[in-house]
Design a protein around this ligand. Structure first.
Ligand SMILES: [Fe+2]
Ligand SMILES: [Fe+2]
Length: 462
């Protein structure tokens, strides 16, 4: 068959205009998923959102660099119109999770895929070859994501008036002032101080010590409890990190890439921990759930709601403090689990440790960035944040004990029993110096954590 002759293909600036629109849609998609992961009750949806957020952000990054390549020679900038932002911020205002899922997977994905396909058919197959290769590499995962996304919906008929509203805005997407890719997103539409869980979930009470496995090494049910706690940590971290990106669209592009990668890592961790739990006959929800690592690290009285300082405190507490302790803990658990023959747990923890080092590193990097790269300021703010955080936890504890004396005594008995099962000793958390150093903790950062007695630095192990 003789190929049909084509009079003209797109020029480089037309190709750049198409690509910047695609990059904007992908970046916006990552932003929508980041904002909504915590608001969807379904755990499967949270996992899908965490992983897709990362893929969208990466696609946006590749497209952005291609746009820059096409614009560089003429010192031009490709932009999108404010009309496009109006469509996407309207999707973000979906009133229910079902509307959001329909808007993204029934409505937005087909349009996004169609725009990618238009690029393939209109652009110069030789001049714009790199874009074609890029888009061809994206299409299979876009189809897969759309398919997975559709399975998240309840199966009820799509809300027609809602989709019509979106379509009307879509038809006006090229109208309005030009927006650059770097700062063209919309402001967050809400605050979400409490993580949403499936209806009917059972929760541990605020101020209680939560699940207290007595013998998480040998007893099957206690191992299940231990893994269940881990699973809740993975979900709450995914949700918090995603909101950190969503609530601060004006942070640098590289920040959002780091947050998206971490959200996706946490989703993979949750999948791996669920696997371990299932292998032991348990499911998420078999024990009381906790969302304290989201709800308790979302807002702080000394920080203005939505401020950079609030973001800084969230990162200092979750990423540089708690994930630092996770580096220590995992380092210990890996060897210990292996020594008792639990090689499946050890292997999963080895993968998680590798990611945890990156998460702490990213927390250190961005908290330094927010404090003008002043290491003393980081130590001081971390000290203040942790003092506030522990004082608040102690107050919640005190009121729990006052109102639930019997339950509190039961908790103490469980701790005592746990101590007995370890030969009368409380668990010590040995510092994982190599992991900490690889993550970028300075000597002063490490001294700070040791001085707070959260980790024991064994000089022999150095
Ligand atoms: Fe994790
Ligand atoms: Fe993590």
């Amino acid at each position: 068959m003789i190929a049909k002759h084509r009079a003209a293909y797109w020029s480089p600036s037309q190709a750049a205009a198409s690509l910047v629109q695609l990059a904007y849609l992908e970046r916006s998609l990552a932003n929508l998923l980041a904002g909504w992961a915590v608001k969807l009750p379904s755990f499967d949806a949270k996992l899908a959102f965490g992983m897709q957020m990362h893929r969208s952000m990466e696609r946006a990054t590749y497209l952005r660099s291609r746009v820059n390549g096409l614009c560089h020679a003429t010192a031009s900038e490709a932009t999108v119109a404010a009309g496009l932002r109006s469509v996407l911020s309207h999707v973000d205002r979906a009133q229910t999770p079902a509307r959001l899922v329909a808007a993204i997977y029934r409505w937005l994905y087909p349009r996004l895929i169609a725009l990618y396909e238009t690029h393939l058919s209109e652009t110069d197959p030789d001049g714009d070859r790199p874009s074609i290769d890029l888009i061809r590499s994206f299409l299979p995962s876009l189809e897969k994501e759309r398919h997975e996304g559709l399975s998240l919906s309840s199966g009820r008929a799509a809300d027609k008036p809602w989709l019509r509203e979106l379509e009307e805005l879509w038809n006006r997407r090229t109208a309005g002032e030009p927006l650059s890719l770097a700062n063209g997103l919309w402001d967050p539409v809400d605050r979400v101080p409490a993580a949403v869980r499936p209806e009917g979930s059972r929760f541990g009470e605020s101020g209680s010590l939560g699940l207290l496995p007595v013998d998480p090494v040998h007893d099957k049910r206690d191992i299940g409890m231990f893994l269940h706690k881990e699973l809740d940590e993975e979900f709450t971290t995914l949700e918090l990190i995603a909101r950190n990106s969503y609530e601060h669209p004006d942070m640098p592009w590289a920040f959002h890439r780091d947050m998206a990668r971490q959200a996706s890592d946490e989703a993979r961790h949750a999948v791996m921990i669920s696997r371990l739990l299932t292998a032991r006959g348990f499911r998420h929800g078999d024990f009381a759930l906790t969302t304290s690592s989201y709800d308790g690290i979302y807002a702080f009285e000394p920080c203005e709601a939505g401020s950079r300082r609030e973001l800084l405190w969230r990162m200092l507490i979750r990423q540089t403090f708690m994930e630092g302790l996770a580096i220590d803990n995992l380092g210990y658990e890996i060897g210990h689990r292996r020594s008792v023959g639990q090689t499946d747990i050890a292997a999963v923890f080895e993968y998680i440790l590798r990611d945890e080092v990156f998460h702490a590193q990213s927390g250190l990097r961005w908290s330094q960035e927010l404090l003008g790269s002043d290491p003393q300021a980081v130590l001081k703010e971390r000290d203040e944040a942790i003092r506030y955080f522990t004082a608040r936890a102690e107050a919640a504890r005190e009121s729990f004990v006052m109102n639930n004396l019997d339950a509190a005594l039961g908790e103490l008995a469980a701790i005592e029993a746990g101590k007995q099962s370890r030969g009368g000793k409380l668990p010590e958390r040995p510092l994982n110096r190599i992991g900490r150093v690889q993550a970028g903790y300075t000597g002063e950062d490490i001294s700070q954590i040791v001085s707070w007695s959260y980790a024991v630095d064994d000089p022999v192990a150095r």
